[in-house]
Design a protein around this ligand. Structure first.
Ligand code: SF4
Length: 336
């Protein structure tokens, strides 16, 4: 039986983002800068990670508390060995309406069919430019665009769509590529989503001046490919929706900096070592792994989750100022 719990701002718990690894094969400059996440960086040892059984048990408890959608994240989730097995375990959960995954696409061409067979519903792929030089500068590992596009094709071919394609926009880095991306994906059935550059974590050197506001992104694209606003699919949807007036499809903007959406935020995050975070910009989490490994019952764990959520008051993006000093956990640790 599902109960529904709300926080201090009357926001229900609906979405759970599960990070299955803090590792990644990219070093995107706005998420895992090489200077910090270099050769000597100490990633979580395997024994510290939740097992697939532990993740599935927690997900079952979250679903009983009202979670309807699970998103698998990382780091890069496809670098976690046999992640398809976890997908199969989660997709068997009663009451889970949606199961999706966010990836950098580097391994998608190889894994798409297995993920689909395991029960994955949809996939979101990060691709910050179609220009190889720009993309390589942003992922900082010289990974070519073509291989990510192959992954998108493979995912589409097995029916993991509509595919959402996330583009983090940083002024002076890839903002000159936006119209080209819109033209390329226009009419292809995928949903491009432009994301305002955020002060996630504490290592990406974020400055407000590097943010391209959503309004400017829309204006730039609409000048070439006219757009009109579309109503959200559901309350709490992260992206603001727009569609091409010529019927060429839909795009979205995620405007955490200039148009924050904390008022309808229904997302909880679970790190790969079992800590619960109630905001992307949180600085501390609640250790659920200890409860699992101390053999607490589902009821005892559910009570802890309920108390954490009931006391939640996060709305960082509404409170962020130009001078806010980020003390957040790294996005690569709790997933986007
Ligand atoms: S800043 Fe925190 S509370 Fe606001 S939308 Fe993002 S995750 Fe939710």
């Amino acid at each position: 039986m599902t109960t529904s719990i709300t926080d201090t701002l009357h926001r229900p718990l609906r979405d759970l983002r599960i990070s299955v690894t803090d590792r990644c094969n990219f070093r995107c400059v706005y998420c895992m800068p090489k200077e910090v996440f270099g050769r000597d960086f100490q990633f979580l040892p395997p024994g510290m990670l939740l097992t697939f059984e532990e993740i599935t048990r927690l997900a079952r408890i979250f679903v009983a508390l009202g979670v309807e959608k699970v998103r698998i994240t990382g780091g890069e989730p496809l670098v976690r060995r046999d992640v398809e097995k976890l997908i199969a375990m989660l997709s068997a959960l009663d009451g889970l309406h949606d199961l999706t995954l966010t990836t950098n696409g580097s391994l998608l061409a190889r894994k798409a069919a297995a993920l689909k067979d395991a029960g994955l519903r949809r996939v979101t792929v990060s691709l910050d430019s179609l220009d190889d030089a720009v993309f390589k500068a942003m992922n900082d590992v010289d990974f070519p665009v073509a291989r990510v596009l192959e992954g998108i094709e493979a995912a589409s071919a097995v029916g993991l769509d509509p595919i959402k394609i996330n583009v983090v926009v940083k002024r002076g880095v890839n903002d000159h590529c936006l119209v080209d991306m819109a033209r390329y994906f226009h009419g292809k059935g995928h949903i491009l989503r432009f994301i305002e550059y955020m002060d996630v974590g504490a290592t990406n050197g974020w400055r407000l001046d590097d943010v391209v506001p959503a309004a400017e992104i829309i204006q730039k694209i609409s000048a070439e490919l006219p757009l009109e606003a579309v109503d959200p699919n559901y309350s709490g949807e992260v992206a603001r929706r727009y569609r091409y007036t010529d019927g060429g499809g839909e795009i979205g903007v995620i405007a955490s900096v200039t148009q924050p959406f904390c008022g309808a935020c229904t997302r909880a995050r679970l790190s790969s070592e079992g800590k619960l975070y109630t905001c992307l910009f949180a600085s501390h989490g609640h250790d659920l792994r200890a409860l699992l490994r101390e053999d607490k019952s589902d009821e005892e764990i559910a009570a802890v989750l309920g108390t954490v959520w009931n006391n939640r008051r996060d709305r960082y993006s509404e409170l962020r100022t130009k001078n806010t000093k980020p003390q957040h956990v790294e996005m690569s640790y709790i997933g986007g």
